[in-house]
Write a protein that binds this ligand. Structure first.
Ligand SMILES: Cc1ncc(COP(=O)(O)O)c(C=O)c1O
Length: 426
């Protein structure tokens, strides 16, 4: 086959995999998307180990088979075409595939999904990178200004906030999230802190806390903070893709996401959002552009990325959008309910995210009060019950994060294991 024909046929192949649906359109139209029968058709599209039940989708999400296969095809394509795909291949042959064209198409898809402008989004390699760029790049802090974050923040974002003391001369204040926390309590926490620190400039918010699954009211806290002239940077690593909310309605200006947790794209894919009119408040990276430009492409400096992984974001979006976030959100709540309902009246076990539906979704932690070693408890769940979770020493707890591949039977197995362990201690 001549080179040009091959190039085109590869594009068709990749295009076919991009269009892969979660299930056939006909079957989809006939099924109730909140039924266990429908969800079995989704579970069937994941290849997971049979050695244990994986309830640690919070670390990263497993790719569905259509996405994994598309990623493999993209990897093969990149390996064959190499820099021709990013370089002058297209200028020599206008029909050639080109990374920048395809990258921008995927950014357009993401912008549409979020309801924002395409020039407000840029790919990164994960939420950590996005958040660190935002926190370290935020240039409105003067010496002595206060910056706030709660202990619910992910450790590397908290560390980045603490660095502001050295880099910007900020007064860094860490707040303690009440335990248990309620909706108004989480707003009051930040408002009281702003009142106690009138020179507050910036707050870091974690939409869904990774250690407990607690969701805080980002919209209300952001509006409150704005009333005091305080900016907010938001970590949405666990919320976008897991729960159903209107991003634009949150009224936020600076946000870090990843795509490899709840969107189900390959590892090493993330996203950064900066509202266009706030672009100048985040410094460009030194080698990318002079201060004063408002091009989001100058706000990262990732070097060469895993292009096949970025290309597979399109496939991941097709997969989750075919299901629909409304149904994904409902499914995760149903999976959470399937095991937490067993402990509502059980004093031996605490569920660490509130029952208030505004404050939880699928990811939720628990503690067995009499068990004082969460790492040993995690090992016990894995060794004796074949259930993989994440120990959370800070809360003497265990994090339970089901994925789209999880079944209600998995969650019941967890409940049985917790009861068994609790009864052996008592
Ligand atoms: C709240 C939160 N933010 C950020 C991250 C980091 O995400 P990434 O792996 O995309 O860097 C995590 C990872 O678990 C997280 O839980």
């Amino acid at each position: 086959m001549d080179r040009r024909k091959f190039l085109k046929s590869t594009a068709v192949l990749a295009g076919a995999s991009m269009a892969t649906s979660a299930i056939s359109a006909k079957a989809q139209a006939m099924m109730d998307k909140d039924s266990d029968a429908y969800w079995q058709t989704i579970i069937d599209q994941y290849k997971v180990t049979g050695e244990f039940i994986n309830l640690n989708a919070g670390h990263w999400g497993i790719m569905s088979e259509p996405v994994r296969k598309a990623f493999a095809e993209h990897t093969e394509f990149i390996n064959m075409y190499s820099s021709h795909y990013v370089g002058h291949g297209r200028s020599a042959d206008p029909t050639a595939r080109n990374y920048n064209v395809e990258r921008l198409e995927i950014i357009d898809m993401l912008a549409k999904k979020l309801g924002v402008r395409s020039d407000e989004l840029i790919f990164t390699r994960g939420a950590t990178e996005s958040m660190q760029l935002l926190i370290s790049g935020y240039n409105k802090i003067n010496k002595g200004d206060t910056v706030l974050y709660a202990d619910a923040a992910y450790y590397s974002m908290a560390a980045e906030m603490r660095h502001l003391e050295h880099f910007r001369g900020a007064n860094v204040v860490q707040l303690t999230m009440p335990d248990p926390v309620d909706f108004q309590g989480s707003i009051d926490l930040f408002e009281q802190a702003i009142k106690s620190n009138p020179n507050t400039k910036l707050i870091l918010l974690t939409h869904m806390a990774n250690r407990t699954g607690v969701i805080i009211p980002v919209k209300e806290i952001t509006a409150m903070a704005r009333g005091y002239g305080v900016d907010v940077i938001v970590d949405m690593a666990h919320s976008w893709g897991q729960m159903d909310y209107d991003f634009v309605d949150q009224g936020v200006d600076f946000v870090g996401f990843n795509l490899h947790k709840w969107i189900g794209a390959p590892l090493g894919t993330g996203l950064m959002y900066i509202k266009k009119r706030r672009m100048l408040d985040i410094d460009p990276k030194s080698s990318k552009g002079a201060p004063g430009n408002d091009d989001i492409n100058t706000r990262t400096q990732t070097g060469t990325m895993n292009l096949a992984a970025v290309m597979a974001v399109r496939d991941a979006l097709h997969f989750v959008d075919d299901i629909g976030i409304k149904h994904i959100d409902k499914r995760f709540r149903a999976l959470r309910h399937e095991w937490t309902k067993e402990f509502i009246d059980d004093d031996r076990v605490d569920i660490l995210s509130p029952e208030d539906p505004r404050m939880h979704c699928g990811l939720t932690s628990f503690r067995i009060n009499a068990h004082k070693d969460p790492r040993a408890l995690g090992r016990q769940l894995l060794n004796d019950y074949k259930i993989n979770t994440a120990p959370i020493p800070e809360y003497n707890g265990i994090r339970v994060a089901p994925g789209l591949y999880s079944s209600k039977a998995d969650m019941r197995a967890l409940a049985v294991a917790i009861k068994d362990i609790a009864s052996k201690i008592a």
